[in-house]
Structure formats: C-alpha cells, structure tokens
Design a binder for this molecule. Structure first.
Ligand SMILES: [Zn+2]
Length: 151
C-alpha cells in the first residue's frame, strides 16, 4: 500500500504521459492526489486513464432501465384525495344530469361547457371547459381528460 511521499507511476495531464509522481494525499488506502516529478504539476490521481485510453471502443454496459417512479407516502395520499374530490364533483354533476341525458361522445361532435357526454370507454363525462380550436376538458368519474371535439 502506498503512503504519502511514495513515488508511483501515474498519467500526467501536462506531460501527456506516464510519469513518476509523488503521492501527495490519500483517502484510506486510495491515492487521491499526486505531484508530477517531471513538471511539478499537482493533480488528481487517475489510475485508470491509460487502460481506458487503450480501449476506447470497449463495449459499455447497457444503462439500467429507469426504475418506475415510486408513488408512495405523501404524494400517493395527495393523489387519492384529488381523485376522491374529482369523483365527488362528478357524482354531483351526474345527479343533476340524469333527466337531460348525455350526448354520445364523437370527435366530430360539438359541445359546450356543462354538456354531459357519454364516452364508449370512459363512461359519463361533463365538459368542464372548451379549449379552442378543437379540444375540451372532460370530467369523467375518476379523471379529467383532454378530448378532441369540433367547436
Ligand atoms: Zn508532468
């Protein structure tokens, strides 16, 4: 194990070659800083420089796929609260809308804020906001979605 003051071979950035260096600083058993005996320059010890330079085409390990973001703790609770608020509002709207009935949803349909629509997949929804030129925000039972429509 080297010690501070020992001489070791290391790549020197200024000399662009492997030169004799004196160990200047260590962390545990690892040399972290050296001083070049040729040019006197002090720099971090880079033991892997020469090996890496010799094989630039070495296959890199594939990046690990990103782990799915965890939804736990506070954010999950917030999400659940937001979801139940959406649900509650939707139930209120649905209760008011039974008699007037809902229009079937159609991308070519024309809707207005407050309209009740019936979506084949998401079920009953209410138009919260129309967004020109061709979108509307629809409040479904458990989510608010942006839908295409004609205005
Ligand atoms: Zn040097």
């Amino acid at each position: 194990m080297p010690a501070v003051g020992d001489l070791i071979d290391a790549k020197c950035g200024k000399c662009k070659d492997v030169r004799r260096h004196a160990v200047v600083a260590m962390v545990g058993s690892e040399v972290v800083k050296v001083q070049c005996k040729t040019c006197g320059g002090m720099h971090k010890y880079r033991p892997d420089d020469s090996a890496a330079a010799k094989s630039p085409l070495a296959p890199k390990a594939p990046k690990a796929p990103k782990a799915p973001r965890k939804t736990g703790g506070v954010s999950a609770a917030k999400k659940a609260a937001a979801l139940s608020a959406i649900r509650k509002e939707w139930e209120d709207l649905e209760a008011k809308t039974v008699e007037s009935g809902a229009k079937p949803y159609d991308v070519n349909g024309s809707y207005e804020t407050g309209d009740a629509i019936n979506h084949s997949k998401f079920g009953m929804g209410f138009v919260k906001k129309v967004i020109p030129p061709n979108k509307m925000e629809v409040h479904f039972a458990d989510s608010v979605k942006l839908m295409i429509c004609k205005l």
